[in-house]
Design a protein around this ligand. Sequence first.
Ligand code: ADP
Length: 122
Amino acid sequence: QGPGAMKFQRQHMDSNSRPNPNSNYCDQMMKKRKMTVGACKPLNTFVHEPLKDVEDICIQRNIRCKNGQNNCHKSKSSMRVTDCRLTNGSRYPNCKYHTSPTKRQITVACVGNPYVPVHLDG
Ligand code: ADP
């Protein structure tokens, strides 16, 4: 498993938690998953679906990513996700997040062989 795939799983996969987390979810998870090291990552999404289902998004047809590359793929079905957004008053190292559970189709960028997700594009 390559470093990109491992980083994707660390930053974006939380298969085993319920999609309706408490309001502390993002504060705890952003810290636990090392996204508050050196700086508070401003925006991050966790996906509450099996890894296999997220990896299978790479089989969908290619679409344009936000950075102009064409290695993005959008999920056919909507997925349970939680959006974590840094609060306005939050100052490093005290990273405080808004926790917003929702369901939507997600877009991932995939690379490599095996061709697996390395970036969440939306
Ligand atoms: P995320 O964007 O999922 O929060 P990072 O920005 O930390 O995660 O890492 C994304 C990684 O994916 C980078 O190493 C980047 O080079 C790689 N990557 C591959 N394809 C793309 C793409 N189309 N758009 C953005 N990043 C991509």
